[in-house]
Design a protein around this ligand. Structure first.
Ligand code: TYD
Ligand code: MG
Length: 474
């Protein structure tokens, strides 16, 4: 079986015929004991008797984690938390262990990577109330099961699933058969004892969870813990969730004393913003059911070497930027083919939504012309290949968050059907009109008469040629 794509092949090959990866095929045996849900009905029952009997979740003690899980941890569920090394998985789960224990749950923390003393030292540094948390440094599944039989924890944390082995299997630690078997046994344990199990999983360089894909199928919930190690923002995202929505996102901050919830994310993310700087604009992004205001920054400079222009992005999809640049060139006549461009979403945020398009365009053109967008202005909207603006979902909540944070001008595409607000919304139906009302092509005077005027590509392009932009002719 291929460790990358779970392709099954009857014989070994150096390269997986499915995904093309080298050295990922490993011999595996078919599990003989299938994972079953114990206690389930042996025969069919009327669905009406079961409806409404949803599992009751227990709060984890961290509101942002509860938000992602749709209320908390469900007894008998298995949750896999994936993330890069050093991102804070162990810290998060140790905090959860302590909080769930103080909420009255019996918690067993299995550390298969650090000694029990190291876990204790971290708990001390974090200032956690560890009453009710038991810890064991174990790397084999048999003693883990034995410990669960004797302690009967309501919550079992295994850090990490790749470092625990079944001593009865010949394959090495972290290999496909090992991870599969260990996961299967932990899933069985969770279902049999109604224990909420949380597994830590390592991710590969490519960002996928190491080990077979089938691991994701075996568990109930897959979360990823992400962030930039140089920054303190951490996001908890749902990849799969059997007990609720997969759209919610948890926002946390890694501080001196572990992870803290980001309750007012917009305010925190905009805290360091300096007003009046060209190349900067704020965009409202949807993170699950909430809106977060994020600053987009661009820097445009001429290439110094002959290697062609560079596009460097952080937190922004380079393909979105390339598309926006192509539309700027072809539909508005703003050429950036000879400039280096750096674009970033400030604060370690990932701005992946199409709604970020207009902000990208405004930031880049503002950086090019050195005309800043007024500080009280915010922009969002998807740009079509024809240079037209397209509505995005949730425009009402985006505008309300802008108003809450004191912005009073929003540049937005023609409204969707879901909004009502009191803020000054400058509706633009083309990218050119957006550039014009933002005043980035030829300064704030370009604003006069433009508000509410829909996409006049000619006039905006004209503006660019009028000598207004200080740098665009370069
Ligand atoms: P850790 O939880 O060990 O990461 P993982 O289990 O995902 O590998 O976190 C490691 C990093 O977190 C470490 O480099 C230091 C940092 N950290 C803080 O910034 N504040 C804290 O309170 C703690 C405990 C860790
Ligand atoms: Mg760890």
């Amino acid at each position: 079986m291929c460790a990358g794509c779970s392709h099954v092949s009857p014989k070994w090959a150096g390269r997986c015929p499915e995904c093309g990866e080298w050295n990922t095929l490993a011999e595996t045996s078919v599990p003989t004991t299938p994972v079953r849900m114990p206690g389930g009905p042996a025969v069919s029952v009327p669905l009406s008797e079961l409806s409404g009997k949803a599992a009751v979740a227990t709060s984890t003690g961290i509101g942002e984690v509860d938000r992602v899980l749709g209320g908390g941890l469900v007894p008998g569920s298995v949750t896999l938390v994936g993330g890069e090394p050093g991102i804070g998985k162990s810290t998060l789960l140790l905090q959860l262990a302590a909080l769930m224990a103080s909420g009255g749950s019996r918690v067993l923390y299995i550390s298969a990577e650090e000694s029990a003393e190291q876990v204790g030292g971290r708990a001390g540094r974090l200032g956690l109330a560890t009453e009710g948390v038991r810890v064991a440094a174990l790397t084999e599944i048999d003693p883990v099961e034995a410990e669960c039989r004797s302690i009967e924890p309501q919550v079992l944390i295994v850090d990490s699933v790749q470092t625990v082995v079944d001593a009865g299997l010949p394959s090495s630690q972290g290999s496909v058969p090992q991870v599969r078997e260990v996961t299967a046994r932990l899933v069985r344990l969770a279902k049999e004892r109604a224990t909420a199990v949380i597994l830590v999983g390592h991710v590969t360089k490519e960002g996928g969870l190491a080990g077979p894909r089938s691991m994701e199928h075996m568990v109930d919930t897959v979360l990823t813990f992400e962030g930039d190690r140089e920054q303190d923002l951490r996001t908890l995202r749902v990849v799969k969730h059997r007990f609720g929505s997969t759209r919610e996102v948890g926002l946390l901050r890694m501080g001196e004393r572990g992870l803290v919830e980001l309750t007012d994310a917009s305010r925190t993310l905009l805290a360091d913003r300096s007003p009046g700087v060209p190349g900067s604009i704020v965009v409202p992004l949807l993170e699950g059911s909430r809106t977060v205001l994020v600053e987009i920054q661009a820097l445009v400079s001429r290439p110094v070497d002959a290697g062609g222009p560079r596009r460097v992005t952080q937190g922004v999809d380079p393909r979105r930027l390339a598309m926006v640049l192509a539309v700027l060139e072809q539909r508005v006549g703003v050429s950036l083919a000879r400039h280096d461009i750096h674009v970033s979403a400030v604060g370690g945020v990932t701005a992946g939504e199409p709604a970020v398009d207009l902000a990208l365009a405004l930031a880049v053109v503002s950086a090019l012309t050195s005309w800043p967008v007024t500080t009280d202005t915010l922009a969002f909207g998807e740009i079509g290949l024809g240079g037209e603006m397209r509505a995005v979902r949730g425009s009402g909540t985006r505008i309300r968050e802008a108003v809450r944070l004191g912005f009073d001008r929003v540049i937005a595409p023609p409204r969707g059907d879901d909004d009502d607000s009191t803020c000054r919304v400058l509706v633009v139906d083309s990218l050119a009109a957006g550039l014009e009302v933002a005043g980035v092509l030829r300064g704030p005077e370009g604003l006069t008469g433009s508000i509410g005027v829909h996409g006049d590509r000619g006039s905006a392009t004209q503006g660019a040629g009028d000598g207004g932009p200080r740098d665009a002719a370069a």
